[in-house]
Design a protein around this ligand. Sequence first.
Ligand code: SF4
Length: 240
Amino acid sequence: MGREMKNSPALREEGIRNADFLHDIKSALEFYRELGFERLPLRMQKMNHAADSMSKDAALKALREEIGDCTRCKLSRERRNVVFGEGNSDASLMFIGEAPGREEDLQARPFVGDAGTLLTRLIEKMGFKREDVYIANIVKCRPPQNRDPEADEIGICRGFVERQIGIIKPRVIMSLGRISAMTLTGDVKLKITAIRGSFLDYKGIPLMPTFHPAYLIRNPRDKWLTWTDAQRVLKLLRDE
Ligand code: SF4
């Protein structure tokens, strides 16, 4: 989508209309509940859930429009596309990597190269479809030559992924690689080999740090460790 389309008055007006509509639905449901209608709650729950999902979609769409063709940090100079993230806006499980690579930059989609194929296999092995979960990165633009994103770039961009998490409110996050775990925990000295496999906390959401799929391609013998981490995530989702 071009810059003009994303920032068009028509799209902004549509977003405002959607937000007003959702607000009206929720107000009406609250009103009927206060009146004591006995048969309404179950339907209300379903409608509330649907309204929440719609409002999450609208909020993510608004955030994407706000990012626009971002030039807030120096990664904008060489990237082709901003890679916002994709998936179910109401996902219980969110995967967060560090930055788009070459293929992601070309397609404007997260985790679509070789590492993405491996991540998709993990997601499916966990019993989900890719579209059931939400996938994003700490920074939204490809660093040149796939270098690690730098502290100033992370500092400028991290607010976007934090807002995505705040909108989606997943029950569990799996962070992929050292930079993702380091950014979400604020622990700049952490070693992924030391902390992976145990739940940490991100603003009240359980956070499971595990290896980045690109690392697993280079070190396939460690794949079973990530599978162990994924099983802990599944157990937590089941137990809840
Ligand atoms: S990495 Fe983030 S802050 Fe930097 S240009 Fe891309 S979207 Fe903007």
